[in-house]
Each structure stands twice: as C-alpha cells, then as structure tokens.
Design a protein around this ligand. Sequence first.
Ligand code: UDP
Length: 233
Amino acid sequence: MDKKEMLYEGKAKKVFKTDDEKRYLVKYKDDATAFNGVKKGTIVGKGAINNKMSALLFKILEEKGIPTHFEELISDREMVVKAVEILPIEVIVRNVAAGSLAKRLGLDEGTKMETTVLEYCYKNDDLGDPMINEYHIKAINLATKEQLEVVEEYALKINDILVKFFKERNINLIDFKLEFGLYDGKVILADEISPDTCRLWDLKTNKKLDKDRFRRDLGDVEAVYEEVLDRLK
Ligand code: UDP
C-alpha cells in the first residue's frame, strides 16, 4: 500500500492518505505531550510500542465483536486503518478514581468506585477538551442519539474485555480514553489504546505503568512502556 500525502499531524501520530481511499496509514511518533501540550518531551521507542500494543488490543476486541479501524501492521511504527471520520468526542472510562476525576471530586487516587464511570470530552484543543455530557453532544450535534447509544454500549463492553485481559497480566486498568469514528455510516473504534491513553497500575504494587510516569516525572518511562508490551505479548 502506497503512502500518499499527510492528512493530519497530531501530538502522537501522523495520518497519511494511501492509494486506497478507504484506507489511511497511521504513523506513531515518540513525541509525548501532557497538560494540553504545555509539557513536551520524547519517549524513545514509544511510537513502536504504542503501534504494536494498539494492534494487539484492536485484534482482541475485534475477536470479541467490537468493530475497530485496525487493518494491519506494516512496520514497527505504522499500521493501516480504515479511513474513518472521527467523532469529535473523547470517551473516558473509569474503574478507579485517578487523575482529573480524583481532583474534581476530592477523592484519593486509587479509591475504588461502586460502578464504572463514563465521561465525555469535546475534542477541541483551543478549548482544552472540555468535559461535556450527553445533552451537550446532542445539542451541538457532535453525534446522534443512535451513535451515542452505540458508543456507550461499545465503551462498556471494551472495558469488560480489557479489565479482564489486563488483570490476567497482573495489571489493574484504572481508566482509559477511547475515540470512535464513522465508517460506511457505522460507529467503529478508532485512534489508539496504549500507555499514553490508559492508566495501568501493577496489580500488586500499584506501580504506575503508563504516561503518568512522564506527566509526573516519575522516571523509568521507556522501561515501563516496554514492560507493559512484554506483559501483554
Ligand atoms: N486521556 C487521554 N487523552 C486526553 C485526556 C485523557 O488519553 O486528552 C486518558 C488518560 O491517559 C487517562 C484517562 O484518559 O487514562 C483519564 O484522564 P484524566 O481525565 O484523569 O486526565 P489527565 O489526568 O490525564 O489530565
């Protein structure tokens, strides 16, 4: 598949057109950003790790009935995906209080919650991805009622699958972010699933095995990304 002009460059990935108008090529970068782009850095080898880890998880989800944009890995850092139109919504799934939720609700990080929490953010860098709810989404046409129902159903199902999968590898899936896209008019899972987009804690020691090591300057960032991929393989 031939790589054509770049369509979009994000903080962690570049997206290229290909000779097939229904396929894009995604190239994962080592660039890391946090706090809405204010903190910038490099995590050496991250692009390759996130590419492989996303591919592995997309395959598992597909097998369990979740449609995803993943087609094939074509190099260390590149995958071919279905050309979707991304819904401008970030879907956050939380099992344990951490990060912005812990701060907002005055909970200690690590507090177990009675139920899974779903949150939505409006994907808009200028506004700093503000948190929104189902009413906002429908009111400003970010998705239809039907699309939102599918997003919610998939997000909860993905959570069940991933919690179990990570637990078997001694990892506690604290929270994660998903993005969905439209392909042939249908909602499918897109973007990535990696230590950049998940909070992953060691099941026994609670050691952070994710991007919080970069955000909070905890050290061992590269080693931890590699360790997570090794545990999944
Ligand atoms: N997250 C993400 N991209 C974002 C915001 C959040 O991938 O732009 C992920 C983040 O890694 C974490 C979860 O979503 O796993 C919840 O993040 P939170 O709202 O606590 O925000 P943060 O503390 O990351 O700013």
